[in-house]
Design a protein around this ligand. Structure first.
Ligand SMILES: *Cc1c(COP(=O)(O)O)cnc(C)c1O
Length: 363
C-alpha cells in the first residue's frame, strides 16, 4: 500500500447528513447487531486509483453486481471493536490501533489492499464522533463498531477483485451480563474444524465464520452455548472457544493456545496476557491438548477456564463436554476470571485509571 494513496486527513471525508434521524432503541434487552445508527462510513478502492472518496452517508443498502467477487469467493474481511461512554460522558475506544493492524494483516492474507492505520483510525473516530449520541450511557452498554472490506468487482474468474468497498457500521449493544458474569457450558467439537495452518484462521474473514456455523448450531441444539475448537491436523490441540480465545488456569499457571496461524490473535487475549504478567502470573502460550485438559479436570488442578473477546470481554466456562463426559470447572465464577473482567471493563468504561495507554478518547 502506497501512502500517497492514503486519505490521511479528516477534512477530506465528505459528510452527507441523513434527512431524518432514527429513534434510538432502548439498550435494555436489545438483540445484538440488529439496530444500526443513522450513518455509515464508505470508501472505494479501484485498481490504479487506490483508496478514494471517503464519505459518511446515511445508513442504506448497497447496490452491487450479482457477479461481485464477495458473493462467490468470499473475499471479505472485518473487524469488531466498541466505543464506550465513561462517567464524564466522554466516548472512548479500546486499543483501536490493534484493530487497524489486524485488519491489514487480514487484508494481506486475502489479497485485499491495505488501509493506512492512521486513515482507519480517522475513519472510525470521525464516524463515532458524528454518531456520538448512539453511544449508550446505561451501565455495561457500548456501541459496537463493525469495519469491513468487501470485493466488489463483477468478475467470476478466481482472481483478486479489482475494486473494493471499505465500510464501517455502528450498532448499540446492551449489557452482555445482566446479573454479573454467567458461566457457559461448552461442547468440544471433534468433527468440524474452524481453521487450519496455512489457511485463514488468524484473520477475521467471513469464510471462517461460514464454516463454523454448523458446529455452533449442533451445539446449541444439544444445550451448549459454545463450541471448543480443536486443531485441524491432530484434532487434539485446543484452539479457541466459539469466536473467542480461550485460557485455562491450571495449578496457578495460566495456559492459552499459542498463535499457530489457525488461532485468531485476539486483542482481549493480548490484553489479558499483559495484565496477567503484570500481576505476576506465569502465562504459557503453548500447545495444549484436550487430553491434558481432561486430565487437569479429573485431578482437580483445572481451577478456572474462560473465553476472551470484544463482545463478552471475559466469559467464564463452567462445564466442558467431551466424548460423552462432562467436566465441571471450579465452583461459580473464578477469582482470576472476575479480576480480569473487572479490570478490562474498568479500563474500557473509564472507571479505573488507564496506566497503559489503552483508552483512546474520541470526544
Ligand atoms: C474476533 C475474534 C476473537 C476475539 O478477538 P478480540 O480482538 O479479543 O475481540 C477470537 N476468535 C475469533 C475467531 C474471532 O473472530
Amino acid at each position: 500500500m502506497n501512502l500517497k494513496e492514503s486519505v490521511n486527513t479528516v477534512e477530506k471525508i465528505r459528510f452527507e447528513k441523513a434527512a431524518v434521524l432514527k429513534e434510538k432503541p432502548s439498550t435494555d434487552g436489545i438483540p445484538f447487531g440488529k439496530y444500526f445508527s443513522d450513518h455509515m462510513f464508505l470508501m472505494d478502492y479501484d485498481e490504479g486509483k487506490g483508496w478514494h472518496d471517503p464519505r459518511i452517508v446515511p445508513f442504506a443498502d448497497f447496490q452491487l453486481s450479482p457477479a461481485a467477487v464477495v458473493f462467490h469467493y468470499a473475499q471479505e474481511i472485518f473487524e469488531g471493536m466498541k466505543a464506550y461512554r465513561n462517567e464524564k460522558g466522554e466516548v472512548l475506544l479500546f486499543r483501536p490501533i490493534e484493530n487497524a493492524r489486524r485488519l491489514n494483516s487480514s487484508a494481506e492474507r486475502l489479497c485485499i489492499p491495505q488501509i493506512p492505520e492512521e486513515d482507519f483510525l480517522t475513519a472510525v473516530k470521525t464516524l463515532v464522533e458524528i454518531e456520538k449520541d448512539w453511544v449508550p450511557s446505561e451501565p455495561n452498554t457500548s456501541l459496537y463498531i463493525r469495519p469491513f472490506i468487501i470485493a466488489t468487482a463483477p468478475q467470476l474468474g478466481v482472481h483478486a477483485s479489482e475494486s473494493y468497498l471499505f465500510s464501517i457500521i455502528l450498532s448499540p449493544v446492551g449489557s452482555y451480563y445482566k446479573e454479573g458474569l454467567n458461566p457457559v457450558n461448552i461442547m468440544i467439537e471433534d468433527a468440524d474444524v474452524r481453521a487450519v495452518r496455512g489457511g485463514t484462521g488468524y484473520t477475521k474473514c467471513g469464510g471462517n465464520y461460514a464454516c463454523s456455523i454448523r458446529a455452533g448450531e449442533r451445539a446449541e441444539k444439544q444445550g451448549f452455548s459454545q463450541v471448543l475448537w480443536l486443531d485441524g491436523v491432530t484434532r487434539r490441540n485446543i484452539e479457541e472457544v466459539g469466536s473467542m480465545n480461550v485460557m485455562f488456569k491450571i495449578n496457578g499457571t495460566v495456559v492459552t493456545p499459542k498463535l499457530t496461524g489457525s488461532v485468531l490473535p485476539g486483542i482481549t487475549r493480548k490484553s489479558c496476557i499483559e495484565l496477567l504478567k503484570d500481576w505476576g502470573y506465569k502465562v504459557e502460550e503453548r500447545e495444549f491438548s484436550v487430553d491434558e485438559l481432561g486430565a487437569a479436570a479429573k485431578n482437580g488442578t483445572l481451577e478456572e477456564a474462560w473465553g476472551t473477546g470484544t463482545a463478552a470481554v471475559v466469559s467464564p466456562i463452567g462445564e466442558l463436554s467431551y466424548e460423552g463426559q462432562d467436566y465441571h470447572i471450579g465452583t461459580g465464577i473464578g477469582e482470576l476470571t472476575q479480576k480480569l473482567y473487572d479490570t478490562l471493563t474498568g479500563i474500557q468504561w473509564g472507571k479505573i485509571p488507564d496506566t497503559r495507554g489503552w483508552s483512546v478518547k474520541v470526544c
